[in-house]
Design a protein around this ligand. Structure first.
Ligand code: FES
Length: 173
């Protein structure tokens, strides 16, 4: 029997409902897990989650679009969020941003074609006295320098393993 991507996603959601529960309070934990493992929360996932939790799909959509860490669009394996609020701005975030753009070959709001990196701006990360501050997935980096960007990206690349180009659909697997 052919197992489609939608079947796999449905199975994943059903497992998450078992783990987190089948009521409204499980919504955000389920969305966070889907985001982490599938790098996007596509329409089909939102509809399935709404069905399992007995919510209207619009309620799920509203949550996904409200939180910056939940995304309808595919994001890379590593989501880099550079703070652009005033303290980090004054501490040199422009130079860090320039280095990120140069090294990744993408602008903010974009994902590298191989699906490895997404670059985004962030608002204050609560590390104002140690700027420029940056998040890579859930890890915070402080006092980031342009030189430090190389080391951070190299560590990500090493963690990613051998280069395997992936399409957005491939990330679903
Ligand atoms: S201003 Fe950047 S962490 Fe607060």
């Amino acid at each position: 029997m052919l197992i489609t991507q939608q079947d796999k996603l449905t199975n994943t959601i059903d497992r998450l409902v078992e783990r987190h529960g089948g009521d409204r309070s499980a919504l955000i934990p389920i969305l966070q897990d889907i985001q982490e493992h599938h790098h996007a929360i596509i329409d089909f996932a939102m509809q399935t989650i709404a069905d399992r939790l007995s919510l209207h799909p619009v309620e799920v959509y509203a949550v996904v679009t409200f939180y910056a860490f939940l995304n309808e669009e595919y994001h890379g394996r590593f989501v880099i969020r550079l703070c652009r609020t005033i303290s980090c701005d004054m501490a040199g975030k422009d130079a860090v941003a320039r280095q990120l753009r140069n090294d990744l070959g993408i602008d903010f709001g974009e994902t590298t074609p191989d699906g490895r990196f997404t670059l985004e701006w962030a608002h204050c990360l609560g590390m104002c006295d140690q700027g420029p501050a940056m998040l890579v997935n859930n890890q915070v980096f402080t006092r980031v320098t342009p030189e430090g960007v190389h080391d951070i990206l190299a560590a990500c690349t090493q963690a990613f393993g051998p280069h395997t180009p992936q399409t957005a659909e491939g990330l679903l697997v």
